[in-house]
Design a protein around this ligand. Structure first.
Ligand code: HGY
Ligand code: MN
Ligand code: MN
Length: 416
């Protein structure tokens, strides 16, 4: 490698100030950060990132699903497959400022640093923002990267109706990010995503760098339970067809089962809605989501089957009708060992403790791994907290992670 990049470091003040600046975009009157995919707040965040891409003299291309790419290429290297870094800037409700944003801003920072150091890459380097990684407003999650990787047709994705009844394609057009490039228009030579861990593993082991070897499988489904509305005061308990109680039984069944399993299965019921949702009416309908995850595909399938059997039995016991709708199903993915090595070597050279691990959270890298060698770099989340305004990573760790990304990009570019 012609450059002793070990001495190179990204510009800490620029990195931290941009993370904080982006973290202010999309706050409500109570100062809560919510930048749901393809919302006005998302537009404002995208506009800020595009400004930083242009300030870095990158060519900006937007594809049909609204993925945004900043491209650094020259006449000598423009015909070679690029090294891509990226992540997302859409958030959940009342979010932290690091999830996704850290990886995007670090990607621009790495390019800025390489330019300032006079580095001339033998391959183009691209920084990408993928649309709708969170999947809160429109499902599935990791939508933009899934479309980019060919796992979902762009027309089907654009026709997605959100939880607020809006059409994704219309919203993309409204915020000015309905691009023209065909998703997948550039075949990356490799993809690296830098992200906060969002869990407790690195902090608990007092480790700075996570060398992420893969992502666990994800199963999202919506369950609807139909009972019969009745009077809360006059209806004896044994005459009720109570959708609410049936839903509560599913939730406690799942939690107790996973707790007893005490393995790597996790389950979450994050959304629930009763109808008619009145204090003195036995619920006629309960609709809720189940997020099941496991790093082992066979085990994840097993848990899905066990839930399906439980629902069949519960319908009889509670005299209710139960239907399910599959929302998302991603198998576990394994990342590229060579890139994992590069991450580990960089951490070692920089005197940073590193640890191999699997990601509990879904990421765009999970999708891009379908089309090119891919890996992820994690830095610790204090208290393992994420999807929460208390999400926090110390500045020293943010800088360390971005410097490891810098090293890995240089080496990927230099390796033939
Ligand atoms: O659900 C996830 O793991 C990611 O935050 N979209
Ligand atoms: Mn994320
Ligand atoms: Mn997230």
């Amino acid at each position: 490698m012609g450059f002793n990049s070990l001495k190179w470091s990204i510009n800490k003040n620029r990195l931290i100030s941009r993370i904080k600046e982006l973290g202010q975009i999309g706050r409500d009157e109570d100062n809560r950060l919510t930048r749901l995919a393809v919302s006005d707040a998302d537009k404002a965040g995208r506009d800020a990132i595009v400004d930083w891409m242009k300030e870095a003299n990158l060519e900006v291309i937007i594809d049909r699903i609204g993925n945004v790419f900043g491209i650094w290429s020259n006449d000598d290297n423009k015909d070679k497959d690029p090294i891509m870094v990226g992540s997302h800037i859409d958030t959940v409700m009342n979010a932290g400022i690091y999830d996704g944003c850290y990886g995007v801003i670090s990607g621009i920072e790495v390019i800025k640093t390489l330019k300032e150091e006079g580095f001339i890459p033998s391959r183009p380097i691209i920084i990408g923002i993928f649309t709708n990684e969170e999947g809160v407003r429109y499902q599935p999650d990791m939508m933009g990267s899934l479309v980019y990787a060919g796992g979902l047709s762009v027309d089907k994705a654009l026709a997605t109706v959100g939880i607020d009844g809006t059409l994704l394609g219309e919203e993309l057009d409204r915020i000015g990010y309905l691009g023209e490039a065909e998703p997948g228009f550039i075949q990356p030579h490799a993809y690296v995503e830098l992200h906060v861990e969002q869990g407790p593993i690195l902090e608990k082991s007092n480790t700075t760098i996570g060398v992420v070897e893969g992502v666990q499988g994800i199963s999202w489904q919506r369950i609807t339970i139909e009972g019969i509305a009745n009077h809360a005061g006059t209806t004896p308990i044994d005459m009720r067809q109570d959708a609410g109680i049936a839903a509560a039984k599913v939730m406690t069944f799942l939690r107790d089962r996973v707790k007893d399993l005490n393995d790597s299965t996790v389950v979450t019921v994050g959304c629930i809605e009763f109808k008619p949702n009145a204090i003195n009416v036995v619920p006629s309908q309960a609709t809720f989501t189940v997020d099941l995850r496991n790093p082992d595909e066979e085990r994840l399938k097993e848990e899905e089957d066990i839930l399906e059997n439980y629902l069949e039995e519960l319908a009889h016991v509670e005299s209710v009708a139960i239907s399910t709708e599959k929302l998302v199903r991603f198998e576990p993915v394994s990342f590229d060992e060579n890139i994992a090595q590069l991450i580990e070597n960089s951490a070692n050279r920089r005197g940073l403790k590193s640890k191999r691990m699997i990601s509990g959270a879904g990421h765009d890298a999970q999708m891009i791994a379908r089309i090119c060698p891919t890996a992820m770099i994690f830095v610790p989340s204090v208290g393992g907290i994420s999807h929460n305004p208390k999400e926090y990573t110390p500045e020293t760790d943010l800088v360390a992670g971005a410097n490891v990304l810098l090293d890995v990009i240089i080496q990927l570019v230099e390796l033939e």
